[in-house]
Design a protein around this ligand. Structure first.
Ligand code: PMP
Length: 453
């Protein structure tokens, strides 16, 4: 059990250290009065220590801040920089496209796109790809196609999933098992229960109950939940989802934006899954905004055969910058040279070492916590055994404990991902960096427990 008084005192001490260490970041935050919330985007106010660190430089798995501190970056832009920061092949491709050749936004396709389409098909199976700049938009546009083709109004999500700021996805099950809007949902266009259904992850009976209404166009899911800790599928669950969706004429969408960490073809490739649609964003651009959605041949043909869909002008699918030449050049370089099979093998090795270290500390201090690995991604959760649904995992949140660990580690040159206790490995991450995390993490737990393990 955590001694709350001790935790409170340690958190105050670490926040004071953080403020002392980072006067320049504090000053930048202070003077940004014309930014809404003082930050470029309001989510940057998710700050464990009172103000965010301001970025100076980043390369590989290392970043520096404006106060001159160096950090081992296990956050990696919450997966947007899973390829490492500014990897050389992507820098070269961006330089060539934007500088040598010139042009990002000419409203003309480039030959790189066909290469990327071929490669995404090789990795994820589904065969016809379209591009976006964010995973949110990839999901949004996929949803439009899914509704258009099926004529069904609803999309089903898992409780406590995250798929970006997609209106339909902000639905959870409450303690009575009723479908309700997620807490804090900002300005919902309509009651979310009109557009969506919800089931617990790992609950096939619950899923079937919802699909049986016959009004669900698609299930959109992460093959493993990654946005409420990592929740892995129980044996038979994903096969059951595929079977049930086929039975009820509902399409299945795998959002691989985070589960891409499982391997070169994400969880879809690693576990031999057969979704009808794959959506993916963030990491595939190597740090440049890029996202994609891929359709199975059958689904693509159904879209093409559906009358009166304006896919070219103002029908609601597409954005001026989507598929731009710069984004596609970066995506090609990332897939061709950086996030390759050998890189994933190495990243998974580093990640296994990280998870192992955390487990040893959990065991030594007899903590009721669990740690879960998904390829290059590791997350620990304040629950044991590991939660098996989003709701269970949500119930294990502990804001003060999470903030303490984040600030303690930041004060010792280590960044975890805000909103998570998540660590991600890039191709540049080293054993020595993982070991430094281990030492610092053990130090935090030792102080928290006030006894030796
Ligand atoms: N899908 C998943 C699974 C995600 O984790 C996220 C973001 N964390 C998104 C979609 C949305 O990505 P973006 O914010 O880049 O649109």
């Amino acid at each position: 059990m955590i001694d709350r008084d001790r935790l409170g005192a340690l958190l105050r001490r670490e926040r004071a250290t953080f403020a002392e260490r980072n006067p320049r970041s504090a000053a930048e935050y202070e003077r940004a009065g014309h930014l809404f919330g003082r930050v470029p985007m309001t989510w940057m106010n998710k700050k464990a220590a009172g103000f965010p660190l301001y970025l100076a430089t980043a390369r590989g798995a290392t970043v520096t801040d404006v106060d001159g501190h160096e950090y081992i970056d296990f956050c990696l832009g919450d997966t947007a920089a899973m390829a490492g920061h500014s990897p050389e092949p992507v820098v070269a491709a961006v330089r060539e496209r934007f500088d040598t050749l010139g042009g990002a936004c000419a409203m003309l396709p480039t030959a790189d796109a066909a290469w990327v389409g071929d490669e995404l098909t090789r990795r994820f199976g589904v065969s016809r790809w379209s591009f976006a700049l964010t995973a949110t938009d990839a999901n949004r546009w996929a949803i439009r196609l899914l509704r258009a083709v099926t004529g069904r109004p609803k999309i089903l999500f898992n409780s406590y999933c995250y798929h970006g700021s997609v209106d339909e996805s902000l639905i959870v099950l409450d303690s009575q098992g009723r479908s309700v809007s997620r807490d804090g949902n900002v300005g919902a266009p309509v009651d979310v229960t009109e557009t969506s259904r919800v089931a617990e992850y790992n609950d096939l009976a619950g899923l079937e109950r919802e699909l049986a209404h016959g009004d669900v166009a698609a299930v959109i899911m992460e093959p493993a939940l990654t946005n409420i800790g990592i929740v892995l599928p129980e044996p038979g669950y994903l096969e059951g989802v595929r079977e049930l969706t086929r039975t009820y004429g509902t399409y299945l969408v795998n959002d691989e934006t985070h589960t891409f960490s499982a391997g070169p073809g994400g969880a879809t490739g690693a576990w031999g899954l057969q979704p009808d649609v794959v959506t993916i964003g963030k990491a595939i651009g190597g740090g440049i905004p890029s996202a994609a959605y891929g359709l199975s041949e059958e689904f693509a043909q159904r879209v093409e055969n559906t009358k009166n869909l304006d896919l070219i002008d103002m029908g609601g699918v597409g954005g001026t910058l989507a598929g731009n030449a710069l984004s596609i050049a970066a995506t090609r370089a990332t897939l061709e040279h950086v996030l390759t099979k050998p890189s994933f093998d190495r990243m998974s090795e580093m990640s296994a070492q990280f998870a192992n270290d955390v487990q040893r500390v959990i065991d030594a201090y007899d903590l009721p916590w669990s740690v879960t690995q998904l390829g290059a991604r590791v997350e620990y959760r304040f629950a044991k055994p590991a939660p098996r649904t989003g709701t269970e995992s949500h119930a294990a949140s502990d804001a003060d404990l999470e903030d303490f660990l984040h600030v303690y580690l930041a004060n010792r040159g280590i960044l975890l991902t805000p909103f998570h206790n998540m660590a991600l490995m890039s191709p540049a991450t080293t054993e020595e960096q993982v070991e430094r995390h281990h030492k610092a993490f053990e130090g935090a737990i030792e102080e928290l427990s006030a006894r030796r393990g």
